[in-house]
Design a protein around this ligand. Structure first.
Ligand code: AMP
Length: 278
């Protein structure tokens, strides 16, 4: 695997390497969830590139940008073992040189859920993803279902701007107790870590009610709330039953639905989701 830090070097590599390219954008501190995206990209493409960039523009002023976990040496080894061909790990000034001003505003799909709690987050995400698409010109790009709204935002952008890239979604990889893998899980204290699987339990309880025939979205939200209420360490940010494409809340579930939630454990904010009826 080759590691490069500049756009110019990515372009040089791209020109020299034939075949279909799959891109896996990440913020690093890799876990099995990230590596599942690399594996999927390897199956579908001739070449696989990963980017590792803790994108400052998608963090709010009070969020965890400065303490976001980093371990480039370990990430490099994991990507190499996973069969990645190129790692692009640019410094911030390579992505945002002085005078940088353009931003991508994807509209209403970015306004709800995570977008409502994290103003500017998806503007930062969409802008950096657009840049990565411009830098790599990949045939396919791989995203985790774990960040369902990021996926919806990216798909909207690709459709609206006619970008010649195919977006592939990969299932959420979980720990044995159901907790969705996340780089942020390292922030959890042992007690918080023990409480964290309640997020997945809440989603599973709602999924079971849906499977048993419940189609009232509010009843499914209440099911999630009541499971979360059983874990006193959790502070619920939101529970939602929304359209997976528009990310707007539903009243009745008569098609696919994104069941999602966000909760704080101490200072750490965790998100998770499942899709039903897809
Ligand atoms: P991040 O480094 O958190 O920005 O994540 C990079 C990519 O990995 C995104 O497309 C995420 O949705 C995806 N991802 C993160 N966690 C998981 C997981 N547990 N399972 C599958 N994909 C994941």
């Amino acid at each position: 695997m080759k590691t490069v830090n500049s756009v110019r070097d990515v372009r040089g590599w791209r020109r020299a390497s034939a075949g279909r390219l799959g891109l896996v954008p990440t913020m690093g501190y890799l876990h099995a969830g990230h590596l599942s995206l690399v594996e999927a990209a390897r199956r579908d493409n001739d070449r696989v590139a990963a980017s590792l960039f803790v994108n400052p523009t998608q963090f709010g002023p009070t969020e965890d940008l400065s303490r976001y976990p980093r371990d480039l040496a370990r990430d490099t080894r994991l990507l190499e073992e996973a069969g990645c061909d190129l790692l692009f790990a640019p410094p911030p000034e390579e992505m945002y040189p002085p005078g940088f001003e353009t931003a991508i505003d994807v509209g209403s799909v970015a306004a709800t859920l995570e977008g409502a709690r994290r103003p500017g987050h998806f503007r930062g995400v969409a802008t950096v993803v657009m840049k990565l698409f411009g830098i790599f010109q990949p045939d396919r790009a791989y995203f985790g279902q774990k960040d369902a709204q990021q996926l919806a935002v990216t798909r909207r952008m690709v459709r609206d701007l006619d970008l010649p890239v195919e977006i592939r979604a990969c299932p959420t990889v979980r720990e044995a107790d159901g907790l969705a893998m996340s780089s942020r899980n390292v922030y959890l204290t042992p007690e918080e870590r023990r409480a964290a699987p309640a997020l997945h339990r809440a989603l599973e309880a709602a999924r079971e009610r849906w499977a048993a025939g419940e189609r009232d979205a509010e009843a499914l939200r209440k099911t999630m709330q009541s499971v979360l209420a059983g874990e006193t360490r959790l502070r619920v940010d939101y529970v939602s039953v929304a359209d997976p494409e528009t990310c707007r809340e539903l009243d009745a579930v008569d098609g696919p639905a994104l069941l999602s939630l966000a909760a704080f454990l101490g200072r750490t904010r965790l998100i998770d989701n499942v899709v039903v009826g897809a």
